[in-house]
Design a protein around this ligand. Structure first.
Ligand code: GLN
Length: 505
């Protein structure tokens, strides 16, 4: 039995302001995830810079291509390991213990990066990837567990949760970047007898401190939260041997997917990337033809999976194509005062922080009259398409000199609106549609779409050349048209999606 939520309970006492009218457990999960994302994005902001920095400057002295490969495979692995992470929670640990184990593993990983050695660098990356696989799907599953089926506050709750993610994501690079790169902090280190070239590791340590705060927040409040349904001994036909057999499939499947994605970088094997689309399509057709309700729901999840993968493949070019456009083709000064092009990366989290409460309020107000998630996704894809349409004149104008930063601000405003229609809604819908004792695994699948999308974003950016604005304008237009077609197909499929999801749309 869960203890009743009352005003002396630390969980309930926070349910004001932003959290008014929401499930009482939302606030502690919001703050736990805020600090976990602080650690993730704080470390990620330094990762590439640290790898390519010369050894004399305290870095690893890697070539850009090698650093980009490590970065791409690391971020993909982080999201792919959500599949075994979600599965282990469903069948063995439950989401609460998975978050606990995963969170401390992540903290250890960041502290390993704080130690300046090659071995501890790779150990640290591996620990963060494994830990995030356990943590990320299951913290979202815990948010889902706050709402009974049919509770219309669910999408609003996830919008608020998503705001926490982005507060962490916004603040973190400012803090870790300051520790790792600022002249001021390096001087402070030197004055106190520390090696200023090792400032990177102070940045990584700050990420570890953030993750520690996340876990302390969670430890203090988690007793009052409902856990997810789990346990192999309660799954009807289940016994220990079935659990081990299923675990072997899940782990072998994840390793195979990782290997496939890494192998697809080979020039002769790029066709393997089509499997990202063909495999889920085949899965949808297969599942939709089964008569069981669970299979039908998995088919509905598959439809959102494909839409989400397309979304992230375009959106995540913020770190590739758009980062290069910002750096090479955009004026980076305000009234004559120059600013680093990396600042453009903060615009998206700021827009999320500003817009997420509006979406939360919209979903609360619409209540039971909300459109289905397939329709929200389709509108999200239209906003994404519009963002790339906007870049067509921007790229064309870039032929005659650097363009105004307003183009990119417009791009991020449109993309973030699309993101809020898709990403928090997707998390929410996965927790609604997941068959019993499969919430973790289904959220793992959701993050697999992110993993593939990130990989494709790297591929799509491969042809970027700042000296050929016409080709760039053409690339933006082609991708925008393809996304608009995907949105149209999704609108058309929405009634089918509703039928498959059996009222949980
Ligand atoms: N920015 C969000 C987060 O870190 C979304 C990640 C994703 O699913 N692509 O949680």
């Amino acid at each position: 039995m869960l203890p009743p939520m009352n005003t002396t309970n630390p969980v309930a006492s926070r349910s004001r302001g932003l959290f008014a009218g929401q499930a009482p457990g939302l606030a502690p999960l919001f703050f736990t995830e805020l600090w976990e994302r602080f650690s993730y994005y704080g470390m990620r902001a330094l990762l590439t810079l640290f790898m390519v920095a010369p050894i004399a400057g305290g870095g690893m002295g890697l070539a850009t291509a090698d650093a980009a490969r490590i970065y791409g495979n690391y971020t993909m692995a982080v999201y792919m390991l959500a599949i075994p992470g979600g599965f282990i929670a469903d069948r063995l640990l439950g989401a609460k213990r998975a978050v606990l184990a995963g969170g401390w593993t992540i903290a250890l990983g960041h502290y390993a990066l704080a130690v300046p050695s090659i071995e501890s660098f790779y150990i640290g990356l591996a620990l963060i990837a494994v830990g995030t696989g356990l943590f990320k799907p299951n913290i979202s599953a815990l948010v889902g567990a706050l709402y009974a089926p049919g509770d219309t506050r669910r999408d609003a709750g996830f919008s608020i949760f998503y705001m926490g993610i982005n507060i962490g994501g916004f603040i973190a690079p400012l803090v870790t970047g300051f520790l790792a790169q600022s002249v001021w902090f390096k001087a402070l280190l030197a004055d106190n007898g520390f090696d200023p070239a090792k400032s990177w590791h102070w940045g990584f340590a700050a990420a570890g401190v953030g993750m520690t705060i996340a876990m302390l927040t969670f430890a203090r409040t988690s007793a009052a939260l409902p856990d997810t349904d789990h346990g192999y001994d309660r799954n009807g036909s289940g016994d220990a041997s079935a659990f081990w057999r299923q675990s072997a499939y899940v782990i072998a499947g994840t390793v195979a997917l990782l290997a496939l994605a890494v192998a697809s970088d080979h020039p002769d094997l790029t066709w393997l990337r089509w499997l990202f689309l063909v495999l889920p399509l085949a899965g949808i057709v297969y599942a939709a033809r089964q008569s069981s309700e669970d299979a039908q729901r998995l088919a509905a999840i598959g439809i959102l999976f494909i839409a989400s993968m397309i979304f992230w493949a375009i959106f995540e070019q913020a770190g590739t194509t758009i980062a290069l456009f910002a750096d090479q083709l955009t004026r980076t000064d305000i009234a004559g005062v120059p600013f680093p092009s990396a600042w453009f990366q903060s615009i998206n989290p700021i827009f999320v922080i500003l817009l997420a409460p509006l979406f939360a309020a919209l979903w609360m107000r619409l209540g039971a009259r909300q459109p289905s998630s397939a329709v929200k996704f389709a509108i999200g894809l239209l906003f994404l398409s519009a963002s790339f349409i906007l870049m067509v004149p921007a790229a064309t104008l870039a032929a005659s000199g650097k363009v105004s930063p307003l183009w990119l601000i417009g791009l991020f405003a449109l993309q973030t609106t699309g993101e809020l229609l898709l990403s928090p809604v997707g998390l929410s819908t996965m927790t609604k549609l997941a068959p019993a004792r499969m919430t973790g695994l289904v959220l793992g699948l959701w993050f697999l779409a992110t993993a593939f999308g990130n990989k494709l974003a790297g591929v799509l950016a491969g042809g970027f050349s700042s000296t050929e604005p016409a080709a760039l304008a053409h690339a933006f237009l082609t991708q925008a048209v393809l996304v608009a077609i995907a949105a149209g197909l999704l609108f058309a499929a929405a009634p089918w999606f509703k039928r498959l999801s059996g009222g949980n749309h």
